[in-house]
Design a protein around this ligand. Structure first.
Ligand code: 6GU
Length: 226
């Protein structure tokens, strides 16, 4: 999968994909991420990409022209399955959206900054608008990093154990059960006996019960969702 990201602060995205699972996905050639600087596509003086809002009010607005220049330049090499604008007023990101996006070939993520982007760009170029939650970030970059990570780890071959994404929290509308590792006892706190029993059917049953209990207590809203 290829993910291109348009940003006015591409340096914000230098590190999130350079480590751990995302790095492995890139090294294996399963995921390619390119961060483009919007300022490289503006024809305005001093690499300007934003301007005052018509009608007045506080805050600058990203201009349509540099964004369209950037997209149309990128589209000469790539047919994007989705062109996604990261914005707090988009659809709230969740695991189901990550699953769907992971089946695409080419994605373009557009990071907003300032008070927003010219509505005409949203109307005519954007195919999806995504928020990562009900709080406001300074820009879309951290949200883009969240989406790339959530989607990238689902690509076949990225995780060591192919089944491990299937047992993630949310994948079956359940939170994940508790896990334990060595030592068996630490300051009188013992690992549940069942996990040491070697009875895999019983262990699976226990894990499922724990997952249901945890979800009932913490996130009753996701139980039995679609
Ligand atoms: Cl995608 N962008 C910004 N700026 N703030 C957010 C967000 C996105 N999602 C939640 N807050």
């Amino acid at each position: 999968m290829k993910i291109d990201i348009i940003s006015v602060v591409p340096a914000l995205l230098d590190s999130p994909f350079a480590h751990s699972i995302m790095k492995r996905a890139m090294d294996k050639g399963l995921l390619e991420v390119n961060c483009l600087n919007l300022r490289d596509y503006t024809t305005y003086a001093r690499a300007q990409v934003d301007d005052y809002a018509f009608g007045g009010g506080a805050g600058m607005v990203m201009m349509i022209e540099p964004l369209v220049n950037a997209i149309e330049s990128l589209q000469q090499n790539t047919r994007y399955d989705e062109i996604i604008f990261l914005t707090p007023d988009g659809d709230t990101f969740n695991q189901q959206m990550a699953n769907k996006l992971s089946m695409q070939k080419n994605l373009l993520l557009v990071c907003g900054h300032y008070k927003g982007i010219d509505q005409r760009f949203r109307d005519h170029f954007i195919t999806k608008e995504i928020s990562i939650g009900d709080y406001v970030l300074s820009g879309g970059e951290l949200a883009a990093a969240v989406i790339v990570d959530a989607v990238g780890r689902l690509l076949p071959g990225v995780l060591n154990d192919e089944t491990s994404a299937l047992t993630d929290s949310f994948q079956d509308n359940l939170l994940a059960p508790p896990v334990y590792t060595r030592p068996v006892e630490f300051r009188t706190w013992k690992v549940p006996d069942i996990l040491l029993s070697g009875n895999h059917a019983k262990i699976e049953q226990w894990r499922h019960e724990q997952a249901v209990e945890r979800t009932t207590q913490r996130r009753p809203d996701i139980l039995d969702k679609d």
